[in-house]
Design a binder for this molecule. Sequence first.
Ligand code: NAI
Length: 336
Amino acid sequence: MRIAFFSAKPYDRRAFEVAESRHDITYFDARLAPATAPLAEGHEAVCAFVSDDLSAGTLDILAAAGIRLVLLRSAGFNHIDLEAAEGHGLVVARVPAYSPHAVAEHAIALALALNRRLHRAHNRVREGNFELAGLLGVDLHGKTAGIVGTGRIGAAAAKILGPGFGMRLLVHDPYPNPEVQAMGASYVDIDTLLVESDLVSLHCPLTPESYHLLNASAFARMKPSAILVNTSRGGLVDTAALVDALKEGQIGAVALDVYEEEGDLFFQDLSDEGVLDDVFARLLTFPNALITGHQGFFTAEALSAIAETTLSNATAFDRDGCLPEPNAVTAARHTA
Ligand code: NAI
């Protein structure tokens, strides 16, 4: 199958070249968007990342160019207009699970760094400043961790925080996970979780129901010492309300690996231009905010698994004209 691969970084090429078997891949550095979609002409599939624009405008051009399959090299699919894809008869594939540990471990790394102010300590030591004032943390052992979404990644995070660190686990998910219940976690409503947790980590998908789940009223209910970690999707957090909550000391600290408007920022080097997004720039000024640029997935194991599943999705579509169940994304199953 001829695949047009967008937003190709050197590490993507390496992972796909090692895994590649029978497909003919053209790598484009460009981000997929209406202006670059015509590059897909002459291919049967496009391969896209979370930063690509898969809105109706792009899909119209892809369909007209003869594309039949959209290979998402991500678990999340909130960045594609599924109704528009189906309207064009485009089949959409994703990588439902690659390494839940990659994202869970990154969430915990962020929580630990924030709690012990490692981002500040590192800068101080480099400048020969060994003063400890301002670096005081707390023992996480014995505190309460609140996990929103207990699927693959949430369960991996729960295992580290509960059995691992000795934290009390409060979790929230419409579908309880027996593996997480077996860790002694209590399923509670979102209000109880927000009110009682010392650490809140988000691991649910972005859907119309979860959009701005953490908004002004949520921040008002959280402990003023609470640490919030979002490695899931930027739209789960109302960023303007988060800035206000940090200004007013309503929460203790925040770590973000994702941001609502990350499409214009992440996965590119803007160091010569500066950050033009004022809300994001404001977030960067807080000493108790720690931000990474959507790197939760970025481990060697996850990249290999993404490459292998993406290519096997292409092979299955080529051979059978359809995809294995959990890998197929349809509007009926996923936007109901
Ligand atoms: P999963 O599908 O295994 O688990 C998601 C869980 O969230 C499910 O149990 C579901 O019932 C629950 N859920 C759905 N709506 C909810 C709500 N409103 N409140 C509470 N729980 C809710 O997904 P997985 O693999 O654990 O991934 C979770 C999310 O992590 C993905 O949706 C994606 O947005 C994000 N992610 C981030 C990455 C990064 O690099 N930072 C990489 C991969 C995924």
